[in-house]
Each structure stands twice: as structure tokens, then as C-alpha cells.
Design a protein around this ligand. Structure first.
Ligand code: NAP
Length: 346
């Protein structure tokens, strides 16, 4: 430890570090800062998280006319800074959570220590595994209609998926594209009724049921020019194709493809730590109304710990809960002056 004593490390450790700067991280920062915990927010590789990719948020309480995703985030950051939260453009490369205080190694090369850690790292867009997707992502293939939709004025485009994200992408793309075809692997949408109805009622949007994307055609110079779709009347055609079952293959000419097939939680940096994750990688919190994890002092907030609701407003809610839980835990720690006690077995 370069001659530094445990005592001085403990003194230099922060009370709270929040990893992630989406809605949940910002909400945690507002609460932690107002509690005088001087939180540091590590903004991560995509500052602001998924909401930066949303144009209009219509269901966040208090905005009857809707609010832009970027505006909501910017205002949240200003609110957190007003109470004293600080922000750093850094990602956690590795976390050492076996001993107290916790130690984090950052992408900036810095190492920091903290007594409480709030994980609010959100989730990133899932890819479908079609041939050529590595090559063409960003070249006519996208996971973000609001970012790239305007490049497809007059194009015929595909949207892959059957949930709310896919419907939202399709509706946004319909502003620019000549036609939007939603390709879904079965014949029933997962999307909410209101989103499904809007998409179904839109004259530019049509549906290819029981179909999946097998291969993307094109090049980085020409962009996406077409796709091979696989279909089967009973759904999940790609599995059947891989099993050697009879399926239909079809080539379509299109100018863009957008993935809207959900997200995977950003928990890679926790894989080798004692913090438990579920099979999909979500951070597991204890049962009941809490953001505590099985590792005392580590709390989870937002989409990284929420496979079910995943709304901006619920992310804000769990962010505030995580800060309150961290505050209570720090108070208890201070009361017992037990900063250096070994962690309880997980
Ligand atoms: P989701 O609800 O998990 O839907 C993912 C969709 O992609 C499903 O239809 C799924 O098919 C399909 N899919 C998954 N992996 C696939 C693969 N490898 N190949 C082909 N298709 C695949 O995810 P989401 O749409 O991102 O929504 C997540 C949450 O955010 C939901 O709670 C949603 O309500 C919310 N959300 C809300 C809004 C809004 O209200 N404006 C907008 C976006 C998201 P299956 O159905 O067959 O599983």
C-alpha cells in the first residue's frame, strides 16, 4: 500500500461513490448530496445512459407535455451539482469489494476508495447475432433510431423485436423512412397495448411475424443494402434453422436495420466480486423493498437491478432508495466506528 496506513486510507476514502449517470445514478446523487455525503458520480462510457437515446419521455411524472430525454438528464445533473455532487468521466475497470473500504480502479488510471458503493450502471442494447452485424454496426445497422433514424429518409428499413423498444423505434423511424417493417420472431407482440396499437395503426409500419434476421448485406462503404430473413409459421425460426428444420429464407432489399430487442445489464466489473448476479447478469438485491445487496455497503439502482419495470421513473425511485439505504448504512457504521471491520461472509 505504498507505506500508507489503513487509518489514513480510511480517512481518504469517500463516503459514497455512484457508478453510472443515468436517471438512477443522478437521482441517487441528488439524495446523497442533500444528505451531505459528498457523492462522486462516475459517469461511465455512455454518460446519461439510455435516456440520452430517447427523444420524448411522455410518462415521467410532472411533465404533462412530455420532456426530452437529454433535457431531463441535464436538469437532473444540474440538480445534483447544486447540492454538491461531483462528476468524473470515468468507468470502473475493476472493483475490489472483499475488504473495506472498497477499492475501485478507474479507466483514468486512478484508484479510489469508498465506504458505500451505489451501482447504477444500467443496461446496454442487445444484439441479435446476425451475420455481418459486427461489420455493419454503425454503417446502416443501429440500436438507436433516435440517434440514426434521420439518416434513413426515404429508405425502407427493418426494426427487429416485438417489445416497447421496437415499437418506439418503428414509430420514430416512420417519420423519415418510406416504410418500416417490424420483424418479430413470433406472432404476438410483447409491447404494451398502447405502443402496439400506435405501431399497428401507422400507415407506414407493417409486421413480418414469425421471422428473424439471419444475415445483413452491405458494406461499410455502401451501408446496409439488404437482409436475409428466416421464417417459420410456428415462430422462433432461427432455432429451427440451426436445428436443420425446414424454414423459409427470403432476401429483402432495405436501406437500414434497427435492433430493438432489449438490453443486457452492465455488470461485467462485478463478475469477480462477491456481489451476486442473476443468470442474465442483473445485480441481485435482497428481497423486500430495499436496494441492499448481499455485500454490506453495496447498493443497486435502476435497470442494472431491475429486469421487470425498467422505466425512467422507477429508475429515479430506486436511485433515491439506494442513497437513503447508503445513508442509513453509513450512519450505522459511524455509530459503531467500525469502518475497518471485515465484511460479513456473503
Ligand atoms: P423487451 O420487453 O424485453 O422486448 C424485447 C423484444 O425483443 C421481445 O419482443 C423479444 O422477443 C425480442 N428479442 C429478444 N432477443 C431477441 C433476439 N435475439 N432475436 C430476435 N428478437 C429478440 O425489451 P424492450 O422492448 O427494450 O423493453 C424493456 C422494458 O422497457 C419494458 O418494460 C418496456 O415496457 C420498457 N420500455 C418502455 C417504453 C415506453 O413506454 N415508451 C419504451 C421502451 C421500453 P420475445 O417477445 O419473443 O421474447
Amino acid at each position: 500500500m505504498n507505506g500508507t496506513t489503513t487509518e489514513s486510507i480510511t480517512e481518504s476514502a469517500r463516503d459514497v461513490v455512484i457508478v453510472g449517470s443515468g436517471v438512477s445514478g443522478l437521482s441517487a446523487a441528488v439524495y446523497a448530496a442533500r444528505a451531505d455525503l459528498d457523492p462522486l458520480v462516475l459517469e461511465g462510457p455512455e454518460p446519461g445512459g439510455q435516456l440520452t437515446l430517447t427523444t420524448e419521455v411522455e410518462n415521467y411524472l410532472g411533465f404533462p407535455e412530455g420532456v426530452g430525454g437529454m433535457e431531463l438528464l441535464q436538469r437532473g445533473k444540474e440538480q445534483a451539482e447544486r447540492f454538491g455532487a461531483t462528476f468524473e468521466r470515468a468507468t470502473v475497470e475493476s472493483a475490489h469489494l472483499e475488504d473495506r473500504p472498497f477499492a475501485l480502479e478507474l479507466s483514468t488510471g486512478d484508484a479510489i476508495e469508498t465506504r458505500a458503493l451505489i451501482v447504477a450502471t444500467g443496461a446496454s442494447a442487445r444484439w441479435v447475432g446476425a451475420e455481418n452485424e459486427d461489420e455493419l454496426m454503425g454503417y446502416g445497422l443501429s440500436t438507436c433510431a433516435t440517434c440514426d433514424g434521420a439518416f434513413h429518409r426515404g429508405d425502407d428499413v427493418l426494426v427487429i423485436g416485438g417489445g416497447d423498444s421496437a415499437m418506439e423505434e418503428a414509430l420514430f423511424l416512420a417519420r423519415f423512412a418510406e416504410s418500416v417493417t417490424v420483424v418479430h420472431r413470433r406472432d404476438e407482440l410483447r409491447a404494451s397495448d398502447i405502443m402496439a396499437r400506435r405501431a399497428r395503426d401507422h400507415e407506414k409500419i407493417s409486421f413480418r411475424w414469425n421471422a428473424e434476421l439471419l444475415e445483413i448485406h452491405g458494406s461499410r462503404d455502401d451501408g446496409v443494402t439488404g437482409a436475409t430473413l428466416v421464417s417459420h409459421p410456428d415462430g422462433y425460426p432461427k432455432d429451427r434453422y440451426q436445428d436443420g428444420d425446414g424454414v423459409d429464407l427470403e432476401t429483402v432489399e432495405i436501406g437500414g436495420i434497427f435492433y430493438g430487442v432489449g438490453h443486457v445489464p452492465n455488470t461485467d466489473f462485478l463478475v469477480d466480486t462477491p456481489v451476486p448476479l442473476d443468470d442474465e447478469g442483473h445485480l441481485l438485491t435482497e428481497t423486500g423493498m430495499t436496494t441492499k445487496t448481499a455485500v454490506e455497503g453495496v447498493f443497486g439502482a435502476g435497470d442494472v437491478m431491475d429486469p421487470d419495470y425498467r422505466q425512467a421513473v422507477t429508475a429515479a425511485g430506486t436511485g433515491s432508495m439506494a442513497a437513503l439505504d447508503a445513508e442509513t448504512w453509513l450512519d450505522e457504521l459511524e455509530a459503531t466506528a467500525d469502518f475497518d471491520a471485515p465484511l460479513e461472509a456473503v
